[in-house]
Every structure is written in C-alpha cells, then in structure tokens.
Design a protein around this ligand. Structure first.
Ligand SMILES: Cc1cc2nc3c(=O)[nH]c(=O)nc-3n(C[C@H](O)[C@H](O)[C@H](O)COP(=O)(O)OP(=O)(O)OC[C@H]3O[C@@H](n4cnc5c(N)ncnc54)[C@H](O)[C@@H]3O)c2cc1C
Length: 458
C-alpha cells in the first residue's frame, strides 16, 4: 500500500451520487439482494435504464432470513457506513430512528480495553444501533422504491458468456431453468458466492482466494430493555490477545422494540455462550458491571451462535483474463473477521467504486479494470486493518510478514493511547470506521503522539 492509496481512499469517500441519472447501460442484473447487492442496485439505478435484483429469498421476508444466516448476530454500522448510506438515501438516519433504531451520541457510548474504561470518546461521529434486519430492511425499502429497480426470486446458477463478455445469468425458479439477459452483471452473492467456479467452468481463470484463519465463535442474545433512554446505549469491551481469556470480547447495543442485543465472541476452541446460562454467567463474570445489568433482564428467545472460519478475499483485480461486463461486490470479494464490523461499510464503498467507474464513461466491451483498481484500494484498506490485528491472535502461527515485530509494537502503542489520548483515539476511530485509510496512522506525528500519551498515562 502506498500514499497514493491514501489519496484514492479519500477521493472515494468523497464521491457523491450524480445529480441526475445518466444511463450508460440498458439492463443491469444484480445477483444477491442483501446489503451489498442493494447498494450496488441503488448506484446502478443512476446509470442503467433498468436494474433487476435476483435473490433466492423472497424480498417480502422481514426479519432474519435463510440467505443471510449471520442476520441474527449483532451488526454494528460504522460511522463511515452511516455516512455513505445517508449520501445514497438522504434522510436514512432519521427514518431508521423513526423505525426504532437508537441514536447513540458519544456521551452514551462506552468502550473498555482489557477492562480499562477508555476515558476519551471522540465526539465527532454518532452511532446508530439497530438489528441487522432493521438496517437491511430500510435499505431495501429505499431501493425498491426506485422506479427502475425490480426484484426476482430465483437461484442464480451460472453465467451466460458470449465471446469476451458476460451477456446474462442462468437461474433456477422452483426447479425451472431460465436465463436473464443483462448489459452488466454484478455478483453480490456473499462470501459463499460460486462466481469463481462458474468462471472456471466456462474456461476462464478463477481468482486466487486468500484466507486468514480466525476461527471466531459468535454468540448473540436479546434481552428486554425496560429503560427508554438508558445512560449507556452502546458498550464494547475488548480483550487484547495478551490478556485474552476464553472470551475475546463482548458488546451490547440498545436496539429497536425495547430490546438489548448482547454479543460475545471467542476464538478457536473457545465457544462462549452455547447455552443461556453460560452466556449470562460469562458476561457477568468477565465483563464490566453494565453487562451484568443488561443480563439481569429477561432473555428473549435463545442464544444464537455462529462460527466464522476465516477472513477471505478473492483477488479479481489480479486476473490476467476476465470477461467484460462483470463485477463482484461485498463479501463475495472480501469478507472480514466480523468483530471489526467492516462488512456493510465496505459494501457501501464498493458501491461508491461502481459509481465512480460508471461515471468515467468506461469501455464496457473490455474488463472493468478501472473498477477493480478502485475496489482494490477499499479491500486492501479493510483487509489490512482486520488481518494485521488478527496476526496477534494466540492460535495464529504464522507466517508473519516482514517487519511484523515493529509494526505490532507500533500498533500496540497506538491502541493503548486510544484509552487516554483524544487525538490518537480520534485518528484511530477514523481508520476503524473506514473514513480514513490505515496508512494515515503510520506517520511520525501519530506514532510519537501515542508514545508520549502512554508515558503520560503511566
Ligand atoms: C457473525 C457476523 C457478524 C457480522 N457483523 C457485522 C457488523 O457488525 N457490521 C458489519 O458491517 N458487518 C458485519 N458482518 C458482515 C455483514 O453481514 C456483511 O458484510 C454484509 O451482509 C454484506 O454482505 P453481502 O451483501 O455481500 O452478502 P450477504 O449479506 O451474505 O448476502 C448474500 C445474498 O446473496 C443471496 N444469494 C447467495 N447465493 C445466491 C444465488 N445463487 N442466487 C441468488 N441469490 C443468492 C443470499 O440470499 C443473500 O441475500 C458480520 C458478518 C458475520 C458473519
């Protein structure tokens, strides 16, 4: 990664939707109607005469649905993602609140690192807390209101490729095969996307897949929330690898319908929260008192668990040969350790890349190299934030990149300084919320500032 990536990342964060739609495509077909597919469809509605979203789940399903098994787990919307959603759907925050999402201004957020309360909470970005189905549902309402966007319930099964370009998609509707033609096909089928297999089957190169094993075990449970306006609405408590017990971290958010959503995570053989008793006991015993207060309320339903084997990315940008009129977005390209909460925000930034690409009057008869180059900037940034932290996980046994000892020492200095130093905390939060590129922390000013802050704190 270079300084030019920092500039490219900043430029992407500044991209606005066009004032007027300017179609350069007839029909665009989006495979997968979850967050990444819906955001891609929103952008495509500006550049295509019509957009068809194909998903195997019926779009009328409300709440958690089979196609998104992670939907029952706690989902944090990073400030960078909220910023992009507000840009794509003006009024998003207000509507989310009207539907029950909870605003969590800085005074109502608490963050603990290794049991120490961070004394500074940068006051430059508010948070919005809501369940994953609420956030996805509101995005869907916005997208399906667009006059040129339609949905179709079917399972996509392959591509139609003619010559050097994709011209459509094969699908299965209740056992009946069909074909949908399109001038651009967008794969948003999530981390289990079969696009690589389809390409290979059709005689094209498959992208290399990189994996970072994380073996993360998530558990989420809902509790009744009697207070309308509790003093702490979003509380996070993380353990760094040196102090990690069998639980790596926990969090709870106030969410819609008078509920708390509480989550706990462990790595490897640590599977916290497989029963309700275990979930409540560990939150009470291993986390600050607020966690005990939340779990004193009635638990609503069962504990929902989820195993996440790895962070993975598919390097479409490195393909020597790929068909024209095809792109991939969201988890289908890169899916990360969920504890960093990057997925939905990364998906929003992929949609921004698509907007920047289609606005550049691209030659659609050739592969979307410009899009892939922009998307690489976003994927590299998110991948570096998540995987560099995960190199320190106890079960990771290498290989470590060159210079790892120094870079991990620097990271530890910066992270420790976020507990007491507002300037370091603000810069760090800008990076983890995907509003700034991670290299913006690698400057002498930031590093020396962190070291000095840690000396003062001692
Ligand atoms: C445990 C966990 C916790 C997470 N927490 C957070 C968080 O706190 N914050 C955050 O931002 N992100 C979080 N994420 C990531 C987040 O869920 C995803 O990044 C986000 O949903 C965007 O994914 P996507 O739209 O690319 O894919 P998905 O949400 O996985 O959706 C894929 C879609 O494709 C459809 N589909 C798949 N195959 C086909 C097919 N053949 N034909 C038709 N349709 C198909 C599916 O039905 C589904 O609708 C978390 C993930 C996990 C696993």
């Amino acid at each position: 990664m270079s300084r030019s990536a920092v500039r490219a990342f900043a430029a992407l964060n500044a991209v606005r939707p066009p004032d007027q739609p300017s179609p350069v495509l007839g029909k665009a077909v989006v495979l997968g109607g979850s967050v990444a597919g819906l955001l891609a469809a929103r952008v495509l509605s500006d550049y295509a005469e019509s957009v068809l979203i194909i998903d195997r789940d019926d779009p009328q399903i409300s709440g958690a649905r089979p196609g998104v098994p992670q939907g029952t787990q706690l989902h944090a919307l990073l400030p960078g993602g909220l910023f992009q959603l507000e840009r794509l759907f003006p009024g998003f925050r207000k509507q989310a609140v009207a539907q029950g999402a909870i605003e969590a201004p800085p005074a109502t957020r608490r963050s603990y690192l290794d049991g120490r309360l961070k004394v500074v909470v940068p006051d430059d970005a508010d948070s919005l807390a809501g369940s994953r189905p609420l956030l996805e549902g509101l995005i869907r309402q916005h997208v399906l209101r667009l006059p040129n966007v339609k949905t179709f319930t079917a399972r996509a099964t392959g591509l139609v490729i003619e010559g050097e370009a994709v011209t459509g998609v094969r699908c299965d509707v209740g056992g009946v095969p069909g074909v949908e033609g399109g001038d651009l096909v967008v794969d948003a089928m999530g981390r289990s996307s079969r696009l690589s297999d389809w390409l290979e089957r059709a005689g094209w190169e498959r992208p290399a897949t990189r994996r970072m094993p994380v073996h993360l075990n998530y558990a989420t449970a809902l509790f009744r929330r009697p207070e309308q306006d509790p003093p702490a609405k979003v509380v996070l408590a993380l353990h760094t690898p040196t102090t990690m017990t069998d639980v790596a971290g926990a969090a709870f958010f106030a969410i819609e319908d008078g509920r708390w959503m509480a989550m706990m995570a462990g790595y490897g053989d640590d599977r916290p929260g497989s029963t309700a008793e275990d979930f409540v006991r560990r939150l009470r015993e291993q986390f600050p008192p607020e966690f005990g207060e939340v779990t004193a309320n009635e638990m609503l339903g069962d504990v929902q668990t989820y195993h996440h084997a790895d962070s993975r990315r598919r390097d479409f940008h490195a393909l020597r040969r790929c068909p024209a009129r095809l792109v991939s977005v969201g988890d289908a390209v890169a899916s990360f350790n969920p504890v960093y909460g990057q997925g939905m925000t990364a998906a929003a930034l992929h949609a921004v890349c698509l907007s920047a690409y289609l606005r550049s009057d691209p030659d659609l008869t050739t592969p979307a190299r410009h899009f892939l180059a922009l998307q690489k900037v976003v994927v590299d940034a998110a991948w570096s934030t998540s995987t560099s932290a995960d190199l320190a996980l106890p079960h990771f046994d290498g290989p470590y990149p060159r210079g790892y000892r120094i870079s991990s020492w620097v990271s530890r200095q910066i992270i420790a300084a976020t507990i007491t130093d507002v300037e370091t905390a603000r810069r760090f939060n800008d990076v983890v919320s995907m509003q700034e590129h991670p290299l913006s922390l690698a400057t002498p000013g930031v590093i020396l500032g962190a070291i000095r802050a840690n000396r003062r704190a001692r």
